[in-house]
Design a protein around this ligand. Structure first.
Ligand SMILES: NC(=O)c1ccc[n+]([C@@H]2O[C@H](COP(=O)([O-])OP(=O)(O)OC[C@H]3O[C@@H](n4cnc5c(N)ncnc54)[C@H](OP(=O)(O)O)[C@@H]3O)[C@@H](O)[C@H]2O)c1
Length: 262
């Protein structure tokens, strides 16, 4: 079977660099065609040398890569201001987006979904690529069938641009889908009571020391249940990215959440 040809966008970010290194370790399955950055003028000499040494093209011309006809998959690991534009451009050019960057709105997701369907090519949107976080979401959806009071606390490193996190929003959506009744926990519009998403209050912390952590708390008569997940290293996301890149080649619609492919 021929190898899937991949580009990583946001290649100099924390996730992007990890992904580039992981693709190099998986050369039997993937061919890393290029690493895409926002602006070549801002790339340090050290980073230029790194990519030269590993023999991977470094570019800021995403459009040219997408139109080259030599790319199957775009791995999107940028920022909330870029993710939608880049993913849309990929789909328009017949390139499958594996989207890890967060910050897409419901309307953005709807538009990408329509484009994916229209062009009959896959698109995977995964707010969290780590298996532990996916299980945390699944277990939360299960608990919501039995306990009708719940809130989410998510904690991330202080450079994270979006809030609440994509994982927290996806968890809230899943809880709302599986809950038998609307959330019965008391909620007021006071800022310190969190922001409601799908009827679930989400509290966001941005603190040095965290990578990505989330607690989903359920309250019941005389008891609480806490489902908690901690990412202590970004390497936890890499097997999920590789898995998504394998799966996407046989999809022809948008899939939101890696749990739908397991
Ligand atoms: N799905 C998951 O499992 C998962 C896990 C962790 C993080 N994330 C998400 O993944 C994204 C990246 O996280 P991170 O921690 O790696 O962030 P980061 O360190 O800030 O990296 C983002 C990189 O994207 C670059 N970028 C922005 N717009 C671009 C564009 N149009 N073209 C090329 N590069 C562009 C940025 O460049 P500049 O510095 O020039 O802006 C930066 O190098 C975030 O949205 C984060 O929430 C997802």
């Amino acid at each position: 079977m021929s190898k899937a040809r991949v580009i990583v966008v946001g290649a100099l970010g924390k996730m992007g660099k990890n992904a580039v290194e992981t693709f190099l370790l998986n050369k039997d399955k993937f061919e890393l065609q290029a690493a895409v950055v926002r602006n070549m003028g801002n790339v340090s000499h050290e980073n230029k040398m790194f990519f030269q040494d590993i023999g991977i093209k470094l570019t800021d011309n995403l459009e040219a890569e997408l139109q080259s006809g030599t790319v199957d998959i775009l791995v999107e690991l940028t920022t909330p201001d870029s993710v939608f534009v880049n993913s849309k451009l990929a789909l328009k050019n017949g390139v499958r987006p594996v989207i890890g960057a967060t910050g897409l709105t419901d309307a953005d997701i709807e538009e990408l979904s329509k484009l994916s369907k229209k062009n009959s090519i896959g698109c995977i949107l995964a707010p969290n690529f780590s298996i532990g976080a996916i299980l945390m979401m699944k277990f939360s959806a299960e608990a919501a069938k039995y306990m009708d009071r719940y809130e989410i606390i998510e904690k991330h490193h202080e450079q994270k641009l979006d809030a609440p996190s994509g994982t927290a929003i996806k968890t809230a959506k899943l809880i709302a889908k599986y809950a038998k009744t609307a959330n019965q926990s008391s909620h007021t519009e006071h800022p310190s009571r969190g922001q409601l998403h799908y009827g679930v209050p989400i509290h966001s912390l941005r603190l040095q020391g965290f990578v990505a952590s989330q607690e989903v708390l359920f309250g019941g008569q005389g008891q609480t249940l806490t489902i908690k997940h901690d990412t202590i290293d970004r390497s936890s996301f890499m097997p999920g990215i590789m898995f998504a890149c394998e799966k996407i080649m046989s999809l022809n619609t948008l899939v939101y959440g890696l749990e739908n492919l397991l």
